[in-house]
Ligand binder design. Structure first.
Ligand code: AMP
Length: 375
């Protein structure tokens, strides 16, 4: 039986699943949901695009339905690397939790003093689920007004990314402030030894779940263009002049390049916008909203959004530069072919990128298809 019915959720949770239009659980949901419902710790190796967010949110929501909640207490904390991922989880919670009387809040950096005050008020009042980036959460915790004594479940999402971003110490400091008796769920796209070591410190006898360990989503068609650095801009213009795309992201290694590509595509009268660190948080959110609502067809971005962002129905990803490490490549490819839809991922490789390409190919255990020039 591969239906959601097998999970014995409360009616409100089933209503949320229906409202989100999910028909059957994905493999990680089939494996993780029962373990989480039994209260076990879970160590999940799964990339974005596999449905891992719902895999942890649904059992958590189911448990909260049962609670006789007096006032709002913080029962669950989800720690994530970026505000974009926090917002994405927030949106899924809004959908799933629509039929429940649920309070949740996202706490992340950026924003002005009113954002800080809003976060502070919500944390003082309590919210059943807190989604937070480590640095900002720690700043609030240091001021002593957050009551974590009711916390029952800690979720670390995209743990590998958090370690890459240097959040290890922050995470361990936060953990020391939590009740010892709690459930721990740790999700990571890759399982290098430092994640295993971290998992050993935090998790107790975890159920280990390994979904397609570090392989791109099956539906992604991948190809490589071998070209000179100075041919890249022409190539991208050529690709976008030929075919119409409904949703595409171009990733580049610096904001100068992002701006260059953005203006080249604008000249083609395409509906395109750039997202990079010069934009403030509000502007970034607006661009993401427009992209998700299909007001924009093409997004040109630096690495900041390469992981964890949930955008439906992308049909094309272009790596204008080869990403720094193979895991980033996997994450980007994960933007297409989500939940079993197919998509195309093209990578531009110049001389300086060849080492990076080799690393990716070793990681994937296969050569990527080199598209003949002229096609
Ligand atoms: P995630 O891996 O959590 O980022 O989810 C990837 C995408 O798949 C998101 O757009 C989810 O809304 C979607 N998704 C997750 N689970 C299911 C499911 N069981 N059926 C259909 N879509 C799903």
């Amino acid at each position: 039986m591969s239906e959601f019915k097998q999970f014995n959720f409360k009616d409100e949770v089933f209503q949320g699943i229906d409202a989100m239009g999910y028909e059957k659980p994905t493999p990680i949901q089939i494996e993780a949901i029962p373990a989480i419902m039994e209260g076990k710790d879970v160590l999940g190796c799964a990339q974005t695009g596999t449905g891992k967010t719902a895999a942890f949110l649904l059992p958590i929501l189911n448990r909260l339905c049962d609670k006789d909640i007096e006032g709002d207490k913080i029962y669950t904390m989800i720690i994530v690397p970026t505000r974009e991922l926090a917002l994405q989880i927030d949106q899924q919670l809004e959908g799933f939790g629509y039929f429940m009387n649920l309070s949740f809040i996202s706490v992340y950096g950026g924003g002005d003093s009113s954002t800080w005050e809003q976060q502070k008020t919500a944390l003082v009042m309590g919210a059943e689920i807190v989604i937070a980036t480590p640095g900002r959460l720690l700043s609030h915790l240091a001021l002593g007004y957050v009551d974590l004594s009711h916390l029952e479940c800690l979720i670390l999402d995209e743990a590998d990314r958090m370690l890459d971003m240097g959040f290890y110490d922050d995470i361990m400091t936060i953990i020391k402030l939590l009740p010892k008796k709690r459930q721990n769920l740790l999700f990571s796209a890759t399982m290098p030894s430092r994640i295993r070591t971290m998992a050993k410190t935090i998790l107790k006898n975890p159920v280990q779940i390994d979904i397609a360990a570090s392989k791109p989503a099956d539906g992604a068609i991948q190809g490589v263009y071998m070209l000179e650095e100075q041919q890249k801009l022409d190539k991208i213009v050529e690709l976008f002049s030929k075919d119409e795309v409904a949703g595409a992201i171009v990733f580049a290694s610096s904001k100068i390049r992002v701006k260059e590509i953005n203006s080249a595509l604008k000249k083609l009268k395409l509906s395109v916008a750039a997202i990079h660190s010069d934009l403030d948080q509000k502007e970034r959110e607006q661009v993401m909203r427009d992209f998700k609502n299909r007001k924009l067809q093409i997004l040109v971005a630096t690495d900041i959004i390469s992981r964890g962002i949930d955008v439906e129905g992308l049909d094309l990803i272009i790596n204008y530069d080869v990403p720094r490490d193979p895991e980033d490549y996997i994450h980007r490819i994960g933007r297409t072919a989500r939940a079993e839809k197919s998509g195309v991922a093209l990578t531009f490789v110049s001389k300086k990128d060849i080492g990076g390409l080799k690393k990716i190919e070793r990681f994937l255990g296969k050569q990527l298809f080199k598209i003949p020039s002229g096609s």
